[in-house]
Write a protein that binds this ligand. Sequence first.
Ligand SMILES: Cc1cc2nc3c(=O)[nH]c(=O)nc-3n(C[C@H](O)[C@H](O)[C@H](O)COP(=O)(O)OP(=O)(O)OC[C@H]3O[C@@H](n4cnc5c(N)ncnc54)[C@H](O)[C@@H]3O)c2cc1C
Length: 286
Amino acid sequence: MTALPEFDRHRPAELAEATELLAAHGDDAVVYVGGTELFLLFKLGFAEYPHVIDLKGIGELYGIERRDGGLRIGAAETHRSIERHPLVRQGWPSLAEMERGVGNLRVRTMGSIGGNLCFGDPHSDPATYLLAAAARLEARKGAERREIPVESFTTGPFENALDEGELLTGVLVPDLAPGAVIVHRKFVLTERPAITVAAHVRSDGSRLADVRLAVGSAGNRPSRVEAAEALLDGLAVDQLDGALAEVRALAADAADPVEDANGSVEYKRHLVGVLSGRILREAVAG
Ligand SMILES: Cc1cc2nc3c(=O)[nH]c(=O)nc-3n(C[C@H](O)[C@H](O)[C@H](O)COP(=O)(O)OP(=O)(O)OC[C@H]3O[C@@H](n4cnc5c(N)ncnc54)[C@H](O)[C@@H]3O)c2cc1C
């Protein structure tokens, strides 16, 4: 670890001001919210920027509210504020539970959901959960606004789909339909998750519908297990156990694990399969 390099810190109060600063300083500028990732990179000597833009003063990046048939979470909201928010606890208890499981209290208090997604660390709980939730992400560049489906956002390890000068401003989580649940689980060996899995399932007690199975952390980016979803959609609930062996194999393929400090490819394939089967059973039981 080294000392922080020198930089000019900017504190815009509005999104338009942040956009202007990014346009003025180009590749010499970087934004941050909690700084839990950015300043770690600085200290490790992996990154250095002469201009650092603190987004914490921008009101448009905050708020947790119901909007357009779902929940809008400002990108600068911390894991802790999401975990504790009454709307989240009542309407999306699995989202609150997922956030409660992120890192430690210090990381949850400082780190934002937007910072987590923009950093693109493959070992992310929210990125996997939000795939199962079919979330959309709101991005702004000055007055221009667009929505990006969460599956298109992470384009690779530490890469995202934002254009130059564009900021992530919000996370849009759709309402859960009656009879629908999301279950998120992970396997952790050190600090960050080694495997993350999340499933959205709707059931009337006899058949499964709207199945979305997401796997993450094992490979370079989180992904949906579309082949398993097709297999499970419309399946009778009492046939789930019979389908799980195939689902486990499909989930392990979609996760496309890479060997790292958390384990070998085969070990991760095994864990992804086990956890995928477990959460689907749990989701159907729930
Ligand atoms: C010890 C430790 C344990 C952790 N454990 C977990 C875990 O269990 N699960 C998990 O999912 N994560 C885990 N994390 C990651 C943690 O969630 C992130 O560090 C945190 O959420 C990042 O948010 P931040 O606001 O601090 O990001 P910052 O460091 O402020 O920013 C991160 C990156 O995103 C960019 N950025 C930030 N906000 C925006 C925006 N609005 N628009 C455009 N770009 C933006 C920045 O330029 C930077 O490149 C862990 C981290 C640590 C240090």
